[in-house]
Write a protein that binds this ligand. Sequence first.
Ligand SMILES: NC(=O)C1=CN([C@@H]2O[C@H](COP(=O)(O)OP(=O)(O)OC[C@H]3O[C@@H](n4cnc5c(N)ncnc54)[C@H](OP(=O)(O)O)[C@@H]3O)[C@@H](O)[C@H]2O)C=CC1
Ligand SMILES: O=C(CO)COP(=O)(O)O
Ligand SMILES: [Zn+2]
Length: 369
Amino acid sequence: MTMIHNEEQTIADWREDDAAAMKWMEFPREVLIGKNMLVKVPDVLNKLKISKKVLLVTGKNTLDVAGNRIKELVEENGGDCEICISEKASPEEVIKITEAGSAFEADCFLGVGSGRSIDLAKLSSKNCSVPFISIPTAASHDGIVSARASIHSEGKSESVEAQAPIAVIADTEIISKAPFRLLAAGCGDVISNYTSVLDWELASRHQNEPFSRSAAMMAYMSADMITNSANLIRPGLDSSARIAVKALVLSGAAMSVAGSSRPASGSEHMFSHALDRIAKKPALHGEQCAVGSIMMMYLHGGDWEKIRNALIQIGAPTSAVEMGIADDEIIEALLQAHTIRPERYTILGGGLTPSAAEKMAVVTKVITD
Ligand SMILES: NC(=O)C1=CN([C@@H]2O[C@H](COP(=O)(O)OP(=O)(O)OC[C@H]3O[C@@H](n4cnc5c(N)ncnc54)[C@H](OP(=O)(O)O)[C@@H]3O)[C@@H](O)[C@H]2O)C=CC1
Ligand SMILES: O=C(CO)COP(=O)(O)O
Ligand SMILES: [Zn+2]
């Protein structure tokens, strides 16, 4: 592994080496991954003694996929369950769901569905000082266990400290039946850790930014887990869903150890956040981050073809056309990416010139000449 400093070069790890550190990481008490796990919701609530008033945050699609069934299960178990349909992961939506939780006097939140619903449940439950359970219906992102929430508003994207779920219930039957594109995107989100970690290392060398070797290794390992199993990721397979969920859990744990999204979000994520702002029809988060990672690895002078080949093997997009995004939107996102989080030092530095951005996108086959 080339990306990790050796012992002498390592900037002191501020969390691990600080004798006064109060907490290393937050991690769920129960992590259930497997077929037909949804029926375990009442058992988990009973075990954790939080079965009375449950606020279930879900989306319009995931309500039918899992939300309604979970509500039934909670009510059959003698609990009270109110459903909140989540919209955009925005500050306004967090306030709305927090108020709903307070008014209902919820003793637990369930985040059921996609990255957006889980992030909203994560942050709103923290605001209400009650625990939350993460119930992904797709393996599309690595926020399943992380203690961070990504909140988006007016072209800005912030990673906010929230809380880790008290439990994760990942039903691989549901996840493997979700559109395959979502699973492939989740694999892309994890693979993109290769460049996040390189950016973090760069920041620790150039700016003396606090760096955690253990968090970086966890993020790197999760990317390796997917790359090394790329040929096993196939539509409809329970085993593929398990591989992806385990890697996503490890990647999320890396963020919890770091106390920031640094190990799993670097220049490639800034590119993706810029695309969300620019593109007429953005692609999925994980798809954009993965394509960004191909290009950022090129900038790092690393093996960008390894990332590209793994994505091709999985069936994830590797080009603008495959993502349904125009070439000029890719270039504009590359030019704006460094402005997304100016405080986060990455290989993008003070920004790219238009000709450098175009050359990089052409060489890496993201756009055509
Ligand atoms: N906190 C963290 O550490 C992280 C947060 N993120 C954040 O997560 C978000 C991206 O998450 P992502 O899940 O990719 O995208 P979305 O949250 O936008 O969800 C994508 C779509 O998938 C649908 N969906 C989910 N499960 C199923 C299913 N089983 N069947 C059919 N449709 C389904 C959702 O439906 P519905 O409309 O019903 O929800 C939604 O329309 C971004 O906001 C990103 O910033 C990403 C990584 C880490
Ligand atoms: O998406 C993430 C990790 O995959 C983290 O989110 P941010 O890019 O919002 O920090
Ligand atoms: Zn991500």
